[in-house]
Design a protein around this ligand. Structure first.
Ligand code: PLP
Length: 453
């Protein structure tokens, strides 16, 4: 590393999130200096397609003058205010109204926070608060799924079902129960249909609730399509059957829409795609197209009424962050939603998503590819050592990381996820030509990985 370069100073001063720290000390960072459209550029000016929209968030790409203007207008007008104690910045009311106009039924109200992790943490706190208010203080356990990703705070990190996010941190904490990942490709019996597999998973959920005691289970949390766990699309009828079990035991459904929200799956929300009627829902990332941190926890009418009852009992609803619903972030989110409407984001994702899904499915016969999955503008390609037995390369020889490095050298940034899954979640402004170019760069990296074996 060149002394005093950005890379050298990075190694000297930064502690990197989700990074192998000793390897990073040797290799240093890829320094990104600017962005335009679906591209970002490193400090030498090399161009990359951002195949994962940064962290699944830059839905409108990396330059949007309208969002810059919305932020600077709001900064001049009212750079900070809050919603504690009954005050409110006006822009936050506009944002809440715009969000509720598209939110799935029966959601009615939103509390704004700063990140997906905080939103999920709050969702759990709400589930607990509601059950205390309803006089059932023992109903507190939360059921999550293995391979889920819900964040990094002590509770959202506990809901997460990925070892790499928990090892060394003494997570998960108690009150969290994990059930099976709904992944037909690996989880189903030979010849088991998607519907039968979904029935079996719902029966497992029922058995888990019975074993824990229905009177102790408060909520079930799920991403409609699992993101960081490996872009896992649930089997047909899964959520319908899961919801029937939850209703039977009065267990709240928390939908984590942090990745799926705002068009990504070809509907406004993943809940719309899968017929989910959430009691609580969390959003972040594409709410502001990643331009500023803002997130929210949305609640249904009955949940809200229970919160009101709790607030009467305790004197207030005792939750809030200094920067939750920050007016500048709210102004950017409001403008983001306007842009989504104007560009018909749902129609666009369906159209361009078809090109992505069809383009990737052409790889299904490739000797390294076990499964291609996804919908809308989120997709994944799973690499396998043996197609017949569906076994991945072992951990040490996993080839996803190598493929990602090769893709980077060819101008495509993406990520290898658990199970050697290469993820695609490009900015939703990508067009068919952009998809074709992204797949061309992936193709080169895949062929290089194949010939290197
Ligand atoms: N939920 C899901 C589905 C996510 O993908 C993420 C982040 O990737 C989170 C929650 C946590 O969000 P944040 O990183 O903003 O805390």
């Amino acid at each position: 590393m060149i002394p005093n370069s950005t890379a050298a100073r990075d190694v000297a001063y930064l502690l990197h999130p989700y990074t192998n720290l000793s390897a990073h000390r040797e290799s240093g960072p890829l320094v990104i200096s600017r962005g335009k459209g679906i591209h970002v550029y490193d400090e030498e000016g090399r161009e990359y397609i951002e195949g994962l929209a940064g962290l699944w968030c830059a839905g409108l790409g990396f330059d949007q003058e309208r969002l810059v203007e919305a932020a600077s207008r709001q900064m001049r007008q009212l750079p900070f205010y809050h919603a504690f104690g009954g005050k409110v910045p006006d822009v936050l009311v506009d944002l809440a109204e715009a969000l509720m106009a598209i939110a799935p039924k029966p959601l009615e109200r939103a509390l704004f926070v700063n990140s997906g992790s905080e939103a999920n943490d709050l969702a759990v706190k709400i589930a607990w608060y509601v059950n205390n208010a309803l006089g059932r203080p023992e109903k507190k356990k939360i059921i999550a799924r293995r391979k889920a990703y819900h964040g990094v705070t002590v509770m959202s990190g506990s809901l997460t079902g990925l070892a790499y996010a928990q090892d060394g941190f003494d997570l998960p904490v108690s009150r969290v129960v994990h059930v099976d990942t709904p992944h037909h490709y690996h989880g189903a019996e030979p010849d088991e249909s998607e519907e039968d597999y979904a029935t079996r998973l719902a029966e497992q959920l029922e058995a888990t609730i019975q074993a824990e005691g229905p009177e102790t289970v408060a909520a079930f949390i799920a991403e409609p399509v699992m993101g960081a766990g490996g872009v896992i699309v649930p089997p047909r009828t899964y959520f319908e059957k899961v919801q029937a079990v939850l209703r039977r035991h009065d267990v709240l459904f928390i939908a984590d829409e942090v990745i799926c929200g705002f068009g990504r799956t070809g509907n406004w929300f993943g809940c719309d795609t899968f017929g989910i009627r959430p009691d609580i829902m969390t959003v972040a990332k594409q709410l502001s197209a990643g331009f500023l941190p803002i997130a929210a926890t949305l609640v249904s009418g009955p949940v809200y009424e229970a919160l009101v009852a709790g607030s009467d009992k305790h004197g207030m609803f005792g939750h809030g962050n200094t920067y939750g619903g920050h007016p500048v972030a709210a102004a950017v989110a409001l403008e983001t939603l306007k842009i989504y409407h104007e560009m018909d984001i749902v129609g666009r994702v369906r159209r361009v998503g078809t090109a992505l899904q069809e383009g990737l499915r052409r790889y299904i016969d490739h000797p390294l590819v076990g499964e291609v999955r996804g919908l809308g503008l989120i997709a994944g390609v799973e690499l396998v050592a043996d197609k017949a037995s569906r076994t991945n390369f072992d951990k040490a020889r996993g080839i996803g990381a190598g493929l990602v490095r090769r893709a980077q050298a060819h101008g495509l940034l993406t990520r290898a996820m658990p199970g050697d899954l290469i993820g695609f979640c490009p900015p939703m402004i990508i067009d068919e030509a952009g998809v074709a170019e992204m797949l061309r760069r992936f193709d080169v990296a895949l062929e290089e990985s194949w010939s290197a074996l």
